[in-house]
Design a protein around this ligand. Structure first.
Ligand code: ARG
Ligand code: ZN
Length: 879
């Protein structure tokens, strides 16, 4: 069944209060819900409650009187009650089996701990309820459970009562003073340990912070708790937003469909985004924990206090909250590097999504299964849309707009339109055309050319276009900010270019040009003849850029631009061109791009390396997925070989310099978490990936592994070790099997580390990787029930190992299809998230197209397939 934005209707009844009595049992949990129902729409004769086949209705009463069976209709996805009064109390008894819940939505068990996941539509699996975000209610929750198995009982808000019950049971009552949509309801009950701290808000409210985890995990929770305090302070400092309750609880569980969930005052997290210790987590893991802890905390205002009217507005809270967590991470670490990470994520995940069969606007206009729309488009492109608005109206107006948004809409369930209108009012600017970013899918392309006219003026011509996407054959032009500048070739050149025609202004970071029409012309005076255009500074808009900048200019930008993105992009462009040339049989050393790239590498490696982390970025080639996204009739194996050849040539060409820098940086490593230490680890890991390609490379890998103090170093070595075929391992002990076995034994007790062990093997360049993945699937530590484990093997293999996924005989596609069909009956949400790589067939050469389509057809022919998987497979097959 397709749900459409155009069909939105306000709810017929409001439910200002709900009380829940939940008596927990592994197989027979009883839920008594008491709903205060008030008619809002006089034409609404009956009330509709969502429900599910996974719970049993055990009692239904209106104002205390049981409802006769003839007065309600019960079906597979809910019930309707006819002829109800204007104001009544509805009592519903349901019975659930949490132990049988492998879908991990609603109420389920993770390692013996009861927990919930209600966003988007999980609450309907706990009780019958109008499960939509525009119904805000006050919650009163009584939890009863075994004292022995569940000493900790948690829900939203404040604990107002607790006590003993007969039969070894106890109870706690929680009351949340803020009305909330049911997707923010949460409950946790289990045997958990707790790490606590106190935070005092700037207006003096003391807040108790508690982080709950399994006893063996609690030692790794310090970083998450410290991150939470930083996030709370940051939101006060930057947005003036304070926490609004006396307690903030976070619970870490191992079985979780997504990253984490912002339930009011009771966040539930995937352990992957909580646990971090230097011996078991990489620097990236540390950063991810900080970012996700921040993200969920920031939702308290952008998501919880102000929520979504309906799920089409998901980006209202997610795009905005991702933008906020990006800003937080930028302020905590390096702004330039954070931006590069975000650009990479867009290009490797969001751009392919936006050019494929699953493309959808930031605000979709229809869906079958809302869980399929928790996408990079809604989240990350949504964040780019917010960022562009800030560029267009200016930071000051944007900050005022945020304050106005909170003031206007606190306590409401609103739309993306409400947000844009607020920014329009705060900025005093018309954003009518800008709104297309919410409605149109597809990544815009910019084609930029410069010329000199007869009067000596420099002209920049910008042509924008956007390819067709499903349901949207023709696009209107977007309104977007293009940040650019002119870089003089000669550093002592003091000329100051001026914009004399075209909409834009001079800012500190460059010229902010505004694009609105399909073709825009900007005329500049006083641009030095040899100045190089520095375009799309800071990646000011999520577009694919094509320019007439020469290889010579790219080499210049890669060396001298003061904007990290433009520097990075210039280097990436040299890399991309070299790989594509090589794929068309141009040897690296004889193509012009290849020569420029080789020279750039030698230049970087022989000069003093000022910024280790940025240098690591500049020395990386773009990934295969990213390069392949621009190639028609792609043969991914051919592309892989070309890229490998370029990497090998780069390594051989600068062998001595690489070995010298590698040894220098490896020896400069210190085990701490300062940004300098992290930068050095990043660079030494990257350099290792080059020296591993040289003769004796396995020796370097083995030594790097043995000397490792931190998981970052250990993983850098393990990733390389996993690429080395058994027979090629030399006496240095860099052998794949040795190191992998050692790693497994060391970390057997740490599931998140064992996920890494699975992932490096799924990512291996070895020729026998596909067979090894089939074996890994049979490994005693592998399970289809744990989402992290499934993703460690199958998301990695299908998204991060193109050469192996795209083997010429289609066996990679078959393995993925088979796995999807196995996971689906266990957990449809996780199964659906594995489908996307199979939708990329249009890009491929004809043989693989056929094989990939066949894999999709096979899934579709499976009778019991979930609506989650079906929606994506059907869309993927559409021509
Ligand atoms: N709101 C959560 C977050 O981004 C994501 C939860 C989505 N869960 C789901 N099953 N769709 O922080
Ligand atoms: Zn979120």
């Amino acid at each position: 069944k397709t749900i459409r934005l155009a069909d939105y209707k306000p709810p017929g009844f409001s439910i200002p209060r709900i009380s829940l009595v939940i008596s927990l049992d592994r197989h027979e949990t009883r839920v008594k819900a008491t709903l205060d129902c008030v008619r809002q729409d006089v034409t609404a004769a009956s009330i509709r409650l969502d429900g599910s086949a996974h719970m049993r209705l055990a009692g239904l009463a209106v104002d205390g009187r049981p409802v006769a069976e003839s007065l309600y209709d019960l079906d597979v996805d809910g019930l309707s009650l006819k002829n109800v009064p204007d104001h009544f109390t509805l009592t519903i008894d349901t019975v659930l089996d949490p132990a049988a819940n492998t879908r991990l939505e609603g109420l389920y068990l993770s390692e013996g701990c009861f927990c919930t996941q209600c966003e988007a539509e999980g609450f309907r699996h706990i009780t019958f309820f109008p499960d939509r975000p525009d119904i805000l209610s006050l919650y009163d929750v009584r939890i009863e459970a075994s004292r022995e198995h569940c000493p900790v009982l948690l829900s939203n808000g404040n604990r107002v009562e607790s006590g003993m019950l007969p039969g070894g049971r106890h109870y706690a009552v929680w009351r949340d003073p803020f009305p909330k949509p049911c997707y923010l309801f949460a409950l946790v009950a289990g045997d958990l340990e707790c790490l606590s701290e106190r935070f005092v808000t700037r207006s003096g409210r003391p807040v108790d912070l508690h982080l709950y985890a399994k006893p063996h995990d609690i030692g790794q929770c310090g970083h998450a708790l410290a991150s939470l305090k930083r996030a709370m302070r940051w939101d006060e400092d930057v947005f003036g937003l304070e926490y609004d309750l006396d307690v903030y609880n976070i619970v870490a569980v191992s079985d979780f469909n997504m990253g984490a969930m912002e339930n009011k005052s009771l966040n539930i997290f995937n352990t992957k985004f909580v646990l971090a210790a230097a011996e078991t987590a990489t620097d990236r893991d540390f950063d991810n924990v900080e970012g996700v802890i921040g993200h969920e905390y920031f939702h308290n205002w952008t998501g919880n206090r102000i929520t979504c009217r309906d799920w089409f507005q998901l980006s209202l809270k997610e795009g905005l909250t991702v933008f906020r967590d990006q800003e937080f991470s930028s302020d905590m670490g390096s702004r330039a590097l954070k931006r590069l990470d975000d650009v990479r994520l867009l290009r490797t995940i969001q751009f392919p999504e936006d050019s494929g069969p699953l493309a959808h606007p930031v605000r979709p206009d229809s869906y079958v299964e809302i869980n399929n729309f928790y996408t990079a488009t809604v989240y990350n492109k949504g964040a780019e849309v917010i960022r562009m608005m800030r560029h267009l109206i200016g930071t000051e107006a944007f900050q005022a707009g945020m304050a106005l948004y909170i003031e206007r809409h606190d306590g409401q369930a609103v739309t993306c339109e409400d947000f844009v209108r607020t920014m329009e009012d705060a900025g005093g600017r018309d954003l009518t055309q800008f709104r297309l970013w919410y409605a149109q899918s597809g990544t815009p392309h910019l084609d930029i050319r410069r010329s000199r006219d007869e009067t000596g003026m420099t002209v920049l011509e910008v042509v924008q276009s956007c390819p067709p996407t499903p349901g949207q054959p023709v696009k209107e032009p977007f309104h977007m900010p293009l940040l650019m500048d002119w870089l003089p070739r000669n550093a002592s050149d003091r000329s100051a270019p001026r914009l004399v025609d075209g909409t834009g202004q001079r800012l500190e970071q460059g010229f902010l040009l505004e694009l609105r029409k399909p073709v825009e012309r900007f005329v500049f005076a006083d641009v030095p003849v040899d100045a190089v255009p520095s375009l799309l500074r800071g990646f000011s808009a999520p577009v694919i850029l094509k320019t007439d900048v020469s290889l010579d200019d790219l080499s210049f930008l890669a060396r001298h631009d003061d904007d990290a993105f433009v520097r990075f992009e210039a280097a990436q462009t040299l890399g991309r061109k070299t790989v594509l040339d090589r794929m068309h049989d141009v040897p690296v050393g004889s193509g012009e791009a290849g020569q420029a790239l080789l020279a750039f590498f030698t230049h970087l490696l022989s000069g003093p390396l000022e910024d280790a982390a940025l240098t690591a970025e500049l020395l990386s080639l773009p990934g295969e997925t990213e390069i392949g996204d621009a190639v028609d009739a792609l043969d991914p194996v051919r592309l892989h070989r070309a890229r490998e050849a370029v990497l090998n040539t780069l390594a051989a060409n600068d062998a001595e310099l690489l070995q010298a820098s590698y040894t220098e940086y490896r020896d400069r490593q210190t085990p701490d978490l300062s940004s300098e230490a992290k930068a050095i680890r990043r660079l030494s890991g990257l350099l290792l990936s080059y020296v591993a390609r040289l003769e004796g490379g396995a020796g370097y890998v083995g030594e790097h592994y043995r000397r490792a103090f931190t998981m970052t170093e250990r993983m850098a070595a393990l990733v390389e070790a996993a690429h080395i075929p058994d027979h090629a391992a030399d006496g240095g002990g860099g052998g794949t099997t040795d190191l992998l076995d050692d790693f497994y034994r060391r970390y057997e007790e740490y599931p998140l580390v064992i996920d890494k062990w699975f992932a490096v093997q799924a990512q291996s360049r070895r020729g026998d990787t596909l067979q090894r993945i089939c074996k890994l699937k049979e490994h005693p530590a592998f399970t289809l029930h744990n989402p992290n484990r499934v993703r460690a093997v199958f998301t990695t293999f299908s998204m991060a190992n193109p050469a192996c996924f795209h083997t010429g005989d289609g066996s990679g596609y078959e393995l993925l299809a088979e796995t999807i069909m196995e996971v689906d009956p266990i957990n449809p949400q996780v199964a659906a998230r594995l489908v996307a790589p199979l939708g990329r067939w249009r890009r491929l050469e004809p043989t693989r197209q056929k094989l990939m389509r066949a894999a999709l057809e096979r899934i579709l022919s499976c009778k019991s397939i979930s609506s989650d998987v079906k929606e994506l497979v059907q869309k993927s097959l559409q021509a």
